[in-house]
Design a protein around this ligand. Sequence first.
Ligand code: AMP
Ligand code: GLY
Length: 436
Amino acid sequence: MKVLVIGSGGREHALVWKLSQSPRVKKIYCAPGNAGIGLLAECVSLAPEDVAGLAGFARSNSIDLTIVGPELPLSLGLVDEFERQGLKVFGPLRKAAVLEFSKCFTKEFCARHKIPTAPFQIFTDPSGARQAVKERKSFPVVIKADGLAAGKGVIVAKDEAEALKAVKEMLVDEKFGPAGRKVILEEFLPGVEATFMVLANGADFVCLETSQDHKRVFDNDEGPNTGGMGAISPAPAVTKEINEKVIRKIIQPALMGLLAEDRPYRGVLYAGLMIRDDEPHLIEFNCRFGDPEAQAILFRLESDLIELIEAAMAGKLKSFPIQFRPEPSVCVVMTAGGYPGPFEKGKVILGLDKASGMKDLFVFHAGTRKDNGGFVTHGGRVLGVTAQGRDFKKAIERAYEGVYAISWEGVHFRRDIGAKILMRPGTRDQGPGTRD
Ligand code: AMP
Ligand code: GLY
């Protein structure tokens, strides 16, 4: 069959890489793709937001299935348009994808369906938001832009001054454009974060392995939030008991709530969790695979991805025998210097050949471009070096061996991806894939 993947990041490279291993897949296109994806698929220069162009491409090339990577085309109704034209596509309709592109919708949805989440207030006028900040007795407080902001529209404000600054940036200066014209003031939830993803179709769903992102740009979780600086899988905080609670208190109520509100969900549902005192709380829903989480998880997936997605399309997920390798995985994201702020492009990437030859390791490309036969940087997040090992210690060692083989001018990466897990008592010597 012929498959079209939409997107150009590490997540899409991981999807294409996994699809390329399926005997069922004869040809993969990726729009627009990147230099690494170009080694496995035919890249098509159409932007993810060019819904009409993509539908036209899928029609004229007899694409059997389209898989949507990023959130933007979902929010623009790409799935609705493909379905209108009778094209097979995996992802949620716009009315279900609202769960990601409006955080205000999601907070109110959680309240309606008793999904545990942080208490919140919603504001559109700056004076009301400012007053609420000034009346607060404790900090930090979390300020969130309502709409899509590439993972950067959330400010954890440690005091009143920072909170007022965030309110001003969003509601007055419109730093995030229309996305920030509505803001949420949310209680700060301390705890451990984890990513919990399912493939779903209506009430039918199957869980993927858990993972943990590293959102802040610097070691020790310092600096601003990013799209994600690295991921590990499985998430150490998600014990068997928590896993069961997430399904019962978050995933099932969400899928059933969406059905009841005539927004049936089909696609990957991503629940960003904060776990505290053995209780999971929802931080956000995303309507797609997480990135970099997808790199860590798809690296462990043993099942055929096409068969899994076809089971989802057919509503046969509950009986799908999904298989993951038990060995944990670690993905370290390498970025351009300056990211998530302004950064330069076009830096020559060295050492890719050496890293690519390493065992149990794969270098997923994100912001890369071919230039004079070599590879140059072409985005903020440039590469995701992903490795597996018999335990976390080995997986981390392997991933960093790959990272240290690669370089370019101004390269940045965190040196502590997965490090916390090695400091947890009892984790260091555990066997493959065990969780505490
Ligand atoms: P979001 O885009 O909603 O996932 O938020 C980005 C990041 O901000 C999360 O991954 C958390 O690290 C942090 N965050 C968001 N909401 C909260 C909260 N209520 N309490 C603590 N941290 C939060
Ligand atoms: N890594 C977080 C996200 O994909 O939104």
